[in-house]
Design a protein around this ligand. Sequence first.
Ligand SMILES: Nc1ncnc2c1ncn2[C@@H]1O[C@H](COP(=O)(O)OP(=O)(O)OP(=O)(O)O)[C@@H](O)[C@H]1O
Length: 287
Amino acid sequence: MGAVTDHGATQGTVRQGSDGRHEVDVTDLVVHLADINVRRGTNLLLKSVDWSVELDERWVILGPNGAGKTTLLQIAGAELHPTSGTVHLLGDRLGRVDVFELRPRIGLCSAALANRVPSQEKVSDVVVSAGYAVLGRWRENYDQLDTGRAADLLKSMGVGHLADRMFGTLSEGERKRVLIARALMTDPEMLLLDEPAAGLDLGGREDLVARLSELALDPDAPTTILVTHHVEEIPPGFTHALLLRDGGVVAQGLLDDVLTAENLSATFGQDLELQRAGDRFFARRRT
Ligand SMILES: Nc1ncnc2c1ncn2[C@@H]1O[C@H](COP(=O)(O)OP(=O)(O)OP(=O)(O)O)[C@@H](O)[C@H]1O
């Protein structure tokens, strides 16, 4: 296998430092990780990760089971502090900002969140309660503006007709769409999606990929970071990729540069062939 490149991610405002060198203003970036490590016991879940995400970028984080994708997303969501290294999210340094003020600015959709939704919760409440940072608690004073916004978001995700159903009665695909609507409810500056297509059938996956593509192509949509195991799930409109293996970055940068058979093979530890059909990707093992 040949050399794998670690393309530098794009940078924020570049200034001339007092010593004449160029300095990046990390507060202009949506995410900036500098040499972060996450250790649990003797395990290094993330190793020396540097990563910068700019405002109009849509990133896919790709890697095999156990690579550290969810751990990385938890850091981007201000849910986890690294063992070492510095993290800036939406201009604030993690550790020096109240995470309870930061988190409403970040929309998160994950299986862990799905598991916390009470099955009796009404779908419209699952969405509207995001604005109040609660789950499973009905408040009678939800604003009409909020309930209207929740209804619009459910419609935009193709599940408007399910607003009065109980969350527990929905199919896997319907739940995923409701949770994406919830993640968008607070009009977040950053949207984090952890394996949104997991557990969906082919039609459900294709429908979700199309909706996420619409979102990715909308210039008013938040900066989006999507975690997946499958190149087939990368929605058209995504601009950048970060490939992760054993907690380390294999490659990162513009999607077209990073998503190669060589990098994918290094990431998944198999000799893989990568095909591109239009704006979609397909991978399989070389025979
Ligand atoms: N608290 C912990 N203590 C020890 N190891 C942990 C802990 N939490 C996670 N890990 C390990 O860290 C590694 C990375 O986990 P993570 O969930 O980030 O991977 P992932 O890429 O999201 O995996 P998957 O694709 O299977 O969801 C895994 O090997 C996991 O077993």
